[in-house]
Design a protein around this ligand. Sequence first.
Ligand code: TQI
Ligand code: ZN
Ligand code: ZN
Length: 167
Amino acid sequence: RYTFFPGNPRWPVWKRNLTYAIRPGTFSTSDDTAARAVFARAFARWAAATTLSFTESTSYSTADIRIAFFGGDHGDGEPFDGALGTLAHAFSPPDGRLHLDAAELWVVSGNSRLGIDLESVAVHEIGHVLGLGHSSDEAAIMFPTITTGTRRVELATDDIMGIQELY
Ligand code: TQI
Ligand code: ZN
Ligand code: ZN
């Protein structure tokens, strides 16, 4: 079953169209289009289950949701730990920070058993950005473990019930 953060924080009712931006310089030009498409697909999964919509913004400083890849200590009190271990983290609403560990071998498209599937982690972290905590339902995107080399991107009934209770 789904959970929320303490106090059930959520984005305010007047903010149903959230903007997101990926920190400039994150990807090489060759990876950029594919990585942006991954986040667009991940946001679309949550938009389909709610009345929320998500628009990519080119202004990182003013976007509601700010996505960045960082390595090690990056100044928010939650340093990354190098390859594996923590892969990513996100802050509860209405913070909007979504950080990914630059030290991971991210798989941006296709299937590889060697790396971490970016879309799977993106869908999970967006759940946190929107206010979902972890779920005890093994089928849920918000279940706190994932087998390495697998892809888990479809929202489960449990995730949908949780997000619909918030929005
Ligand atoms: N990162 C943890 C996570 O996102 C960080 C974390 C722990 C956290 N407790 C939290 C974030 C509470 C917000 C609220 O769960 S992680 C998975 C999963 C991680 C784990 O790197 O361990 C995914 C990131 F679910 F597969 F285990 C993404 Cl999908
Ligand atoms: Zn961080
Ligand atoms: Zn989580």
